[in-house]
Design a protein around this ligand. Structure first.
Ligand code: PY5
Length: 271
C-alpha cells in the first residue's frame, strides 16, 4: 500500500538542480491523503532528505528520484490504522526513458482505471498494474507505448505520461476529469506553450482525433517531451517530428537545464 513520486534532477552549467521538487512533494502528500497515509514528515523534511540522498551519492549528472510512502510493519491486513507510515527516497543516475527520439504508440485494449475505483490523480503504486498491462501489451505488439482511453472512451493518457495533440496550430490535452494523473510536466508544457503564444485547450479528445492530428507528444518526468510519430498504424502528420513538438521540447530542456531564467524558481539546487 504505497504512493510515490518520480522526480528528475538536471545538471546546469554549475550545479545539479531538482525540477519542481516542491510540486512533486505536494502531490506525494495529496496522494497519501487520499489513502489515509499520514506522514510524520513535512514537505520541508522531504526536500532536505531528497537533497541529502543525492549529495551523499555524489551525483552530478541527470538523476531520477523516486520517493515512496508506504505502510510499514504491523500486520498483513488492510486495516493499517496505527501502523507506521514509512518513507524511502531512492535516487539513481538516469538518462532517457524512451531510447528513441520519437515513438510509435497503440491505443490499448485495456481501459484506464477510473475515479470510481482507483483514483488516477493519486500516484498510487497499485495504479501501475493497469499501466503495466497496457505497456506490456503495446511492447509485445511491437509498439513503444500505449495510449489508454478512459471509461467513457475518450483519450486519457499514456502508461506513465500525459498526452497532447496538435491540430491546425491549436494544442489539445485531456482534462483532469478524464482519468489522468495531473502531470507536473503537463502543467509545465501548458505554461511554456502559452508563453510561446500557442493556444492550449483542455478538452475531451476522441480516439479518432489521434489519427487525424498534425502532431502528438507524450510528456512526463521520465519521458520528458517525447514526440509520437505513429498511432495504430497511422502516421501522425507526415510521420516526422512536428514543429510545435520540437519547440516545446527545446523550451522544456531550456527550463530544466537552467537556461531559462524566468523559471529559475522551479529549480532546487543540490550543491
Ligand atoms: N501520467 C502517469 C500515469 C504517470 O505515471 C506520469 C508520471 C505522468 C502522467 C506525468 O506526470 P509528471 O509530469 O508529473 O511526471 N510517471 C512517472 C514519471 O516519473 C513514472 C513513470 C514510470 O514520469
Amino acid at each position: 500500500t504505497a504512493v510515490f513520486e518520480g522526480i528528475r534532477a538536471y545538471p546546469s552549467a554549475d550545479n545539479l538542480n531538482i525540477f519542481r521538487l516542491r510540486e512533486h512533494l505536494d502531490r506525494l502528500f495529496y496522494s497519501a491523503k487520499i489513502y489515509y497515509l499520514n506522514l510524520n514528515y513535512s514537505v520541508e523534511d522531504l526536500i532536505q532528505g531528497t537533497i541529502e540522498v543525492i549529495k551523499s551519492n555524489g551525483f552530478r549528472g541527470r538523476t531520477y528520484i523516486r520517493p515512496i510512502v508506504f505502510v510499514g510493519f504491523g500486520g498483513i491486513g488492510l486495516d493499517y490504522t496505527g501502523f507506521p507510515i514509512d518513507v524511502a527516497i531512492i535516487a539513481v543516475p538516469f538518462e532517457r526513458y524512451f531510447h528513441k527520439s520519437a515513438v510509435r504508440a497503440k491505443v490499448s485494449t485495456w481501459r484506464r482505471i477510473s475515479n470510481e475505483a482507483n483514483p488516477p490523480l493519486a500516484k498510487a503504486s497499485g495504479n501501475y498494474l493497469n499501466s503495466a498491462l497496457a505497456k506490456q501489451e503495446a511492447i509485445r505488439d511491437g509498439y513503444d507505448e500505449a495510449i489508454l482511453l478512459d471509461q467513457r472512451g475518450y483519450v486519457a493518457e499514456g502508461t506513465g505520461e500525459n498526452i497532447f495533440i496538435v491540430k491546425d496550430d491549436v494544442v489539445y490535452t485531456p482534462p483532469i476529469n478524464s482519468s489522468i494523473l495531473i502531470g507536473i510536466t503537463r502543467d509545465t508544457a501548458i505554461k511554456l506553450l502559452t508563453d510561446l503564444n500557442y493556444k492550449v485547450v483542455e478538452r475531451d479528445i476522441e480516439r479518432s482525433e489521434l489519427y487525424i492530428c498534425d502532431e502528438a507528444f507524450f510528456c512526463g518526468t521520465a519521458a520528458e517531451i517525447t514526440p509520437i510519430v505513429e498511432i495504430d498504424q497511422r502516421r501522425v502528420g507526415n510521420g516526422e517530428i512536428g514543429p510545435i513538438t520540437r519547440r516545446i521540447r527545446e523550451a522544456y530542456l531550456d527550463v530544466v537545464e537552467g537556461r531559462n531564467k524566468k523559471y529559475a524558481h522551479w529549480l532546487t539546487s543540490v550543491y
